[in-house]
Design a protein around this ligand. Structure first.
Ligand code: SAH
Length: 344
């Protein structure tokens, strides 16, 4: 991507976050601005695209949470990174008989991808929905429920490598016309990591911390809950033993070389759930979990919902439901996690 090459020529080397930021969000060429990442024709598939069961269970979560909030007459339902709008569509269908819920709901979708915003508009036509480029551009005056599935993994990360007991930022530069990793000359202070070994890599997502800080602030101002589901890792913060690189490029449903097809492949990193939790706790927010996706979906009734669907299904459809259930709760069941933030 010429913009990245120019920046590297100017600066010598750039951080992984700078590289991701341009590759993903550059207004003309960024991957998340114009591409269709999702579904069979896209690069990857997400839980709502696997089965309607997923969005329906999130619907049950929203209805339950709204009741816990005292069934307010007005509340903001906010989805971060709504993809094709499938989760919201299934959520709304599953909750249409909950007395008063839809009348109370103001739906806000936060999406930076113009192409996907159009797809969402089609999927959710006839509904009162507003679109926003960023979460902080939503005017809030009532309790909120925030949903984010596979949103946090998109946010740019910085990487650090441990060399002779010091941490150095990993940078990206050019060797001839090829991108390659290098390390900064100056070390960075990033806390004590007694279990990290030589050459271990540590990833930090500052954008995720900022997002959690902002969510914590608006939850406290307006009351409400936030549900975040994603693939990622969790460790005991006082005894961290997990390190390593999780940065990956995905194209056509396969792992892809990180430096190939920049701006045309999805770049993501596993979500550090320990960090999300720590930041929320530091901001006086209550945290449930993280639970595994399996535990979360089963708690909110996915097995029961699947049985109900199967009652009116053909043999072929029954097999599809079983397959989807297996994928959501077993194959994706542990790597994917759910965390809930709420006011005290
Ligand atoms: N939640 C959907 C889509 C997940 S893909 C699903 O589960 O199917 C990630 C989504 O987040 C896409 O819609 C992408 O365009 C959007 N996205 C990525 N980074 C974003 C950002 N910084 N701000 C707003 N939306 C973003």
């Amino acid at each position: 991507m010429q913009l990245i090459i120019d920046l590297i020529h100017k600066k010598g080397a750039i951080t992984v976050a700078e590289f991701m930021e341009i590759a993903m969000y550059q207004p003309e060429q960024g991957y998340y601005i114009n591409c269709n990442p999702l579904g069979k024709d896209g690069d990857f598939i997400t839980s709502p695209e696997i089965s309607q069961l997923f969005g329906e269970i999130i619907g049950i979560y929203v209805a339950d949470t709204w009741l816990k909030l005292g069934a307010p007459k007005l509340f903001h339902l906010i989805e971060l990174g709504p993809g094709k709008g499938t989760l919201m569509f299934d959520l709304l269908r599953a909750t249409k008989h909950v007395d008063g819920l839809h009348q109370a709901m103001q739906i806000h979708l936060v999406e930076r991808n113009h192409y996907l915003a159009k797809v969402q508009k089609k999927a959710l036509s006839n509904l009162r929905v507003t679109w926003h480029k960023t979460l902080d551009s939503i005017q809030l005056n009532a309790p909120i429920i925030i949903i984010a599935n596979e949103f946090f993994d998109c946010l740019p990360i910085n990487q650090y490598i441990k060399l002779q007991n010091k941490w150095y930022e990993r940078l990206i530069t050019l060797k001839g016309s090829n991108y390659c990793f290098t390390t900064s000359d100056i070390s960075t202070e990033i806390g004590i990591h007694p279990h990290a070994k030589e050459s271990d890599i540590l990833e930090i997502c500052y954008a995720a911390s900022d997002m959690i800080k902002y969510i914590s602030k608006i939850l406290k101002q307006n009351s409400g809950h936030a549900l975040i589901i994603d693939y990622g890792y969790y460790y005991d913060p006082s005894n961290r033993k997990i390190y390593g690189e999780t940065l990956q490029a995905i194209k056509n449903h396969k792992f892809h070389s990180f430096f190939q097809d920049v701006g045309k492949a999805d770049l993501t990193a596993h979500v550090d759930f320990t960090n999300l939790k720590q930041v929320a706790l530091e901001n006086n927010i209550l945290v449930n979990g993280p639970l595994s996706q399996q535990e979360f979906l089963i708690t909110y009734g996915i097995n029961i919902r699947a049985e109900i669907l199967k009652q009116h299904a053909s043999l072929e459809q029954k097999a599809e439901i079983n397959l989807a259930l297996n994928r959501l709760t077993k194959e994706m069941g542990q790597l994917f996690k759910a965390i809930e933030l709420k006011i005290k």
